[in-house]
Design a protein around this ligand. Sequence first.
Ligand code: HEM
Length: 505
Amino acid sequence: MAVVSTGFIVFDLCLIIGAAFLAALVYFKHSYRYWKVKRVPYLEPTFPLGNDEYFFTKSATFAGEAKSWYDQLKARGHKFGGAWSFYRKVLVLVDPDYIRDVLTRDFHHFANRDMFANEKFDLQGCHLFNVRNSHWKPLRQKLTPTFTSGKMKMMFESVMQCCDHLVEHLEECAETGENIDSRKTLSSFTIDVIGSVAFGVDCNSFSKEESDFRKYANLFFRPNFLDYIRLLCLKLFPDLARKLRLKIGNTRRTKFFRDMVKQTIDHRIQFKVTRPDFLQLLINMNVERDGKEVLSFDQIVANTILFFVAGFDTPSTAMNFALFELARNPDLQEKARQEVRKVMGRNDGQTTYEGLREMTYVKQVLDESMRMYPPLLTLSRVCTKDYELRNTDIVIEKGTSVVISTLGLGRDPEYFPDPERFDPDRFSAEEKAKRHPYVHIPFGEGPRNCIGLRFGVMQSKIGLARILSNFRLSVSLKTKLRINLDKKLFLLKENEPIYLKAEKL
Ligand code: HEM
C-alpha cells in the first residue's frame, strides 16, 4: 500500500513540475517575441536564461553580459537593442545621445535603478542606492550636504592620517623587498579611510590580517549559494519577493554594522563626543523639525553602511589599476610623480587640499584607469513612465530595465582608439573636448549619479600622490602577464592578484 501511495505522490510531483515547466516555457517564449513585435533590434534569447547566459556560472548581475550585449549591438550598427534577463525585457543603450536622454534629459522617466528594494522590511531597501520612486529625491536632498566642499576639506585630514599608515606599510615592504598585494594594500587604506570618515572608527586594517570591517565588508561582494538563490527569486519575481518580505541583505553582516552604528551613536550621545565624520553629519541632521524626524534610525544605519560599502571598494579599484598601469609604464609614472612633486614644492613640500586640485595629470591617470577598468561595470535604470525614444516611434514601456555598459563604452575603439593601451593624455582638456561627454561616465550621470564622486576622487588622488611622491613602483614577476577581469560581480575585480614592488625614494 505504502509503495503504491509513494508512487502516486512521485507521479503527482512529476506532473506538477512538468506542468510548471511547460507553463514557464510558454510564458517565456511569449516574452521572447516582445522586441520583435516592437521592431527593436534584439539579441536572440534562449530558454530559460534569455541573454543572461552567465547567471549561474559567472554573474549574478548584468555586469558580465552588458559588455557583450553592447559589443554585439554595436558591431551590427545599432544605437540600442533589446535583450532578456530570463523572461524580463532589457533595453541596452549603445549610442551616447540615448544614454544622455535616459540618465539626464528625460530622467523623470528613469528615476529608479533596476535593483530589488523592499523599503519597508529590508534595511538595504532604504538606502540611497536602492531606494525607489518618491522615496529617492527627498533622501538624496537630505544626504547631499554631506559632500559639500566644506565637508570634504574637513575630511581631508582624516584621509591624510590614514595615508600615513599606507606609506609606513609600503616603507616596510620596500625595506624587505616584499611583494605587495596591491588590491589588499589599497583596500586596507580605503577601509581605514571610510571607517574613519563614515563611522569615526579606527579600523587598523594594516595591523590586523583580517579586521571585522574587512570581513563583513567583503561579504557584500561575495554572494554565497544561498545569496544566489535569493537573488534569483528577487530577480524573477520581484513583486512576490516584496510580498514575502525577502531581503537582499545577509543578516549577519547587517547586524554587525547595525550594532556598531548603535553603539557609536549611544557613546556619542552619552559622552557628548562629536567627530568630523558622515555619521555625525547624519546625527546632526536628525534634529526634530516640527515634530518630524529628518532621518529614521534605520535610514542612518542603512546609509552609513552604504557609504562604507560604496566608499571603500570603488576607490581601491580605481587606485589599484592606476598603480598597476603606472608600474608597467615607468615614463608615465615619472610624469605623474614630477607633477606631484612640483605641486608639493609650491606648498612647503606638503600635500594640501588646494594642491590636489592642481594635480591635473594625476586626475587624468585616474580617469584613464576608470576608463579601462570602471569600478562599477554597468549603470542600470528602470522605466517608470512610458517613454518614446527620440527620433523613433518606439515606446519603451513602464517596467522595462535599461542597461548601460561603462566597460563597453570605455573599451570602444570608436571613442578610444587602441583601447587596451593606457594613455592618460586621452583625458587632457583638448582631447576631452573632442569626445561626447557620455562615453566616459565612471560615476554615472544625471541627477542619480554618484553622490560620493568628489570624496572618491579626493581620496584616490591623495593616495596616488602620497605613494608616487615616496616610492618608485614596478610590477613584480609574481604578477601574471595578462590580468583577466572578474566580471561576475557588480563591481570590477581582477581574477588574479596584482603584485607590485616598491623602491623608497
Ligand atoms: C572612485 C570612486 C567611486 C566610483 C567610481 C563610484 C561610482 C558610482 C557609480 C557608477 C554610481 C551609479 C551612478 C548612476 O547610476 O548613474 C554610484 C552611485 C553611488 N555612489 Fe559612488 N562611486 C565612487 C565612490 C563613492 C563614495 C566614496 C561614496 C560614499 C562615500 C559613494 C556613494 C554612492 C552612492 C550613495 C550612490 C547612489 C546615489 C543615488 O542613487 O542617488 N560612491 N557610484
